[in-house]
Design a protein around this ligand. Structure first.
Ligand code: SF4
Length: 244
């Protein structure tokens, strides 16, 4: 079998198995009024837990509208989001990014983006301070309901362990696999891989004995199987963007 066919069949197998474990979440209904909410929530979620970033997001919103937050001092933004770590960098990025949006579009109401194609939206968002491919992809999926496959650290790790990707960064994994994920299953697979990466294929101490993908795993350090336990052990399925 050619490698490309093998990869496609591994993706299908993985998607089917995870759908059996976690269900088939449906693509989000577009909510263009939340584009900026998703953009900033995703920014806050970098290198922290969902609970901390959600708290930071709600505290930030307590300052008022996004226009109010754009006018707020950087130190005020930092105070609101300090719970989620990297507050200095995130506060500076948010302040600058809101200024860039206002300078470019004259408004922080980004609903007009619903009429743009994916490529144009990527181009606009990636030009902003501190916004990378993962954050832009989350906006496309969670605010605009587009059939996109965001790759975060969990998705990147699991796909590499399974041998579906052979890359060193999440951005490279996105470039390598996003187009070959079957259309209509990208959001489902993204969401289920995060759940699987948090609960089973953890970064440290993966739960290989409970792993339904054990037979197709190519990870050199996978652990020998002892017994098959519940695949939902230690469930940790809170996803901040589901709450926005
Ligand atoms: S066997 Fe272990 S390393 Fe491989 S996918 Fe499963 S949990 Fe991850």
């Amino acid at each position: 079998m050619r490698r490309s066919d093998l990869i496609r069949s591994k993706i299908e197998f993985t998607a089917d198995l995870l759908a059996g474990l976690y269900g088939t979440p449906k693509l989000r209904r577009p909510e263009p009024s939340k584009i900026l909410d998703v953009l900033i929530a995703t920014k806050l979620s970098q290198n922290t837990t969902d609970k901390s970033s959600y708290k930071a997001f709600t505290q930030l919103r307590s300052l008022g509208s996004w226009e109010d937050i754009a006018k707020a001092r950087e130190i005020s933004i930092r105070q609101c989001i300090k719970v989620c770590g990297l507050a200095n960098t995130k506060a500076k990025d948010i302040k600058i990014m809101l200024g860039e949006l206002l300078a470019k579009f004259g408004t922080l109401d980004l609903r007009f983006m619903k009429d743009l194609d994916n490529e144009t939206i990527y181009k606009e968002l990636l030009s902003l301070r501190g916004i990378g491919v993962k954050t832009a992809s989350c906006v496309l999926v969670f605010a605009l309901g587009r059939d996109i496959f965001p790759v975060d650290t969990h998705v990147h790790r699991v796909l590499n362990r399974l041998g579906i990707a052979k890359t060193s960064t999440a951005e490279k994994t996105f470039s390598e696999v996003s187009e070959i994920i079957p259309e209509g299953r990208r959001y489902e697979l993204h969401t289920n891989l995060i759940k699987f990466g948090r609960n089973i294929c953890r970064a440290v101490n993966p739960h290989c004995s409970a792993c339904g993908l054990y037979e197709i795993c190519t990870f050199k350090e996978r652990k020998k199987r002892k017994s098959v336990n519940s695949a939902s052990a230690n469930e940790n399925n809170f996803l901040i963007l589901e709450e926005i």
